[in-house]
Structures are given as structure tokens and as C-alpha cells.
Design a protein. Structure first.
Length: 173
């Protein structure tokens, strides 16, 4: 036998409220736009700026990298003493890659900053307009009229006469 969890409906309802909150939706939109702009900026940096950066001569090989371990090495054979050329994997610091990553990060951050600033400015304008509309609406509403003071109850003539007789009888005593 399985019992239904009494917190399950509450958990689902709470999750729906969390997801439908404006800040979560803004975050999701920001992530999607950020990924799209990162792809564009990465392409610009890799295919436009990196080739230009690579033209800057620096390092041992005259390119924009520092070679730590060359791809070709001359090694003397221990037995014969002959010089052997051995190929191996080159180990180098690729400065253009590092600079490209920094440029990509800064450009993405700048674009997202501009987007967030535009959204915040639009929200501020909307809130200001809403506040002005509320103030205008309240100014146009007529002030509620004060309620008239309750009128004194109308006493019939026979009750007045009986009250006077009662008062006179009390005074004689």
C-alpha cells in the first residue's frame, strides 16, 4: 500500500510559484541570450582578432607563442654518437589563445551589461509610468463625501405629551 505524500501537492505548487517568478524567467532569458552572444563573440575573436594577434612577432619561433619544448629535437645516439632527429609533440604557450579568451570574456560581459542595463532602464520607466498613472487616478477620483450627522429621532406628539406629564408628576413628589 502506498500512501500519498501530503507535501507533494504543496511541493509542486511551490515549484510552480518559483518557476513563474519574474527573476527566474529573467535569469533563463539572460542565460539563453548570453550563450547566443558568447557564440557570436567567440567567432569574431577566433576568426577576426586571433589571426591579427598571431601576426605579432614574439617568442622563440617568431609567432605569438612561447615554445617550451620544440617539436623536433636533435638527439645523439648513445652507441654510435650519430645525431638523430626525433619528432615529438611541441609544448608551447599560445598567447593568442589566452588573449582571445580574455577578449571573449570582456566582450560578452560588456554585451550582457548593456542588455541588463537596458532592461533595468525599461523596468524603471514602466514603474515610474505606473506610479504616475496611479497618482493621476487618485487625483481624479472625487473625495468621498463625509457622512451626514445622524438626525435627531422624530418623537411623536403623544410621546412628547406623555413625557411632559411624567416629568410634572416627578416634580410634584
Amino acid at each position: 500500500m502506498s500512501k500519498k505524500d501530503p507535501n507533494k501537492k504543496g511541493l509542486i505548487k511551490e515549484f510552480k510559484e518559483f518557476i513563474s517568478r519574474g527573476s527566474v524567467l529573467d535569469l533563463a532569458v539572460g542565460m539563453i541570450i548570453g550563450a547566443a552572444f558568447t557564440a557570436i563573440i567567440t567567432a569574431v575573436v577566433n576568426y577576426v582578432l586571433k589571426p591579427l594577434i598571431s601576426l605579432i612577432p614574439i617568442g622563440e619561433s617568431g609567432t605569438f607563442k612561447t615554445v617550451l619544448k620544440p617539436a623536433v629535437a636533435e638527439v645523439a645516439d648513445a652507441v654510435t654518437g650519430e645525431v638523430i632527429v626525433a619528432a615529438r609533440e611541441e609544448v608551447a604557450i599560445l598567447w593568442s589563445e589566452v588573449i582571445s579568451a580574455i577578449i571573449t570574456f570582456l566582450a560578452t560581459a560588456l554585451v550582457l551589461f548593456i542588455i541588463v542595463k537596458a532592461i533595468n532602464t525599461a523596468k524603471a520607466k514602466a514603474e515610474k509610468a505606473k506610479a504616475e498613472l496611479e497618482a493621476k487616478k487618485q487625483a481624479e477620483e472625487p473625495a468621498p463625501e463625509p457622512e451626514p450627522a445622524p438626525a435627531e429621532p422624530v418623537v411623536p406628539e403623544d410621546i412628547k405629551l406623555l413625557s411632559e406629564i411624567r416629568d410634572l408628576l416627578k416634580a410634584k413628589e
